[in-house]
Design a protein around this ligand. Structure first.
Ligand SMILES: O=C(O)CCC(=O)C(=O)O
Ligand SMILES: [Fe+2]
Length: 328
């Protein structure tokens, strides 16, 4: 398969198991007293994002009870009967709604062993469960979405400083008050693997880079399996496990910000592998927030390394390449 963007061609080459290298450090960056410590935090974020592209945040301002509540809502959604969830199926070409085993990664050619529900404000018409099915779900999820947006914009404001943009450049580029807003909250449920015969080349999430600017990932304690392969290791394909700690937020840079920073900030391959026989084999839950610039926003780095492209065109290419024909 040939895709129109260079990022996609990179992706076709990394679907193999590779080897594991768990001696790499995943940096934890403390955001406490953010305004007073802004310059120190900015330097730490910049070096983690330019050298590795994956890092974790502590004291980030989203409380443990808020994260627990979001996972509780996610469980409520996935516990709905299949015929109820089917009413909220992801429409073609739109990053909103429910899907199950429909995401085929270009890296593996096989469907991710998961179901997910995506919330993209302004694209949710007929995609929210009713108040009878899930009371307060919409309200609670949008409250959490808003918290994620604020944290994402805080991190992006530090990158804006380093790139020579105005400090609020990325908040304006991800404006939730405009109709072309397209940042997305994604609830994920990976199916249990107890009693399932392990087949080759089957993944909970096949190797991929994210196509947004910045991803915030909330992991559930004990629900491991996420692995990253920093860019410079891509030829050796050595993968490092990210410890699933529920009090930290795991962050990664996506392709959109890599392009916007003229490749200075690194978007990295990551994947979720199937549990081994002696590991926890029950359901795995995680929640991701994708900071994706508004559709009409033009992406162009300070050094004009790439021609300008709108966020809409950039994302459309990636979404089409990541879902099966029948569903996209
Ligand atoms: O569930 C995870 O830990 C990772 C999810 C992910 O990489 C994605 O949805 O892009
Ligand atoms: Fe991802």
């Amino acid at each position: 398969m040939t895709y129109s963007l260079e990022e996609l061609n990179r992706e076709s080459a990394v679907g193999n198991a590779g080897k594991e290298a768990n001696d790499r450090e995943i940096r934890v960056i403390d955001l406490s007293n953010f305004e007073q410590r802004r310059s120190e935090i900015t330097e730490q974020l910049w070096s983690a994002a330019t050298e590795i592209g994956f890092f974790q945040l502590s004291h980030h301002g989203i409380s443990k009870s808020e994260i627990d509540a979001a996972f509780f809502e996610s469980n409520r959604f996935f516990n709905l009967a299949t015929k109820v969830k089917e009413q909220y199926l992801r429409p073609k070409g739109i990053n909103a709604g429910w899907e199950s085993r429909s995401q085929i990664r270009p890296s593996t050619g096989t469907a991710d062993q998961k179901e997910s529900y995506q919330i993209t404000q302004f694209h949710m018409q007929d995609l929210w469960p009713t108040e009878e099915e899930l009371p307060a779900f919409q309200h609670n999820m949008m409250t959490f979405e808003n918290k994620c947006w604020s944290l994402g914009m805080k991190v992006l404001s530090c990158f804006a400083d380093k790139l020579g943009f105005e400090r609020d450049f990325f908040s304006n580029a991800h404006d939730p008050n405009k109709q072309d807003y397209q940042s997305t909250l994604r609830l994920l449920h990976y199916f249990p693997t107890e009693g399932v015969d392990q087949q080759e080349n089957i993944w909970r999430a096949g190797a991929h880079t994210d196509f947004d600017c910045l991803t915030l990932l909330f992991q559930h304690e004990g629900h491991g399996g996420l692995q990253v392969c920093p860019g410079k290791e891509i030829d050796s394909q050595s993968w490092t496990s990210i410890p699933p700690r529920s009090h930290v937020v795991t962050c990664n840079i996506g392709d959109m910000l890599m392009r916007w920073s003229d490749d200075r900030l690194k978007s990295n391959f990551h994947r979720v592998r199937m549990p081994l026989k002696d590991e926890y084999c029950g359901s795995r839950h995680s929640i991701a927030f994708f900071c994706q610039a508004n559709k009409e926003q033009t992406i162009q780095g300070p050094d004009n390394r790439y021609p300008p492209i709108t966020a809409k065109d950039f994302l459309n290419m990636r979404i089409q390449a990541n879902f099966t024909e029948a569903d996209s």
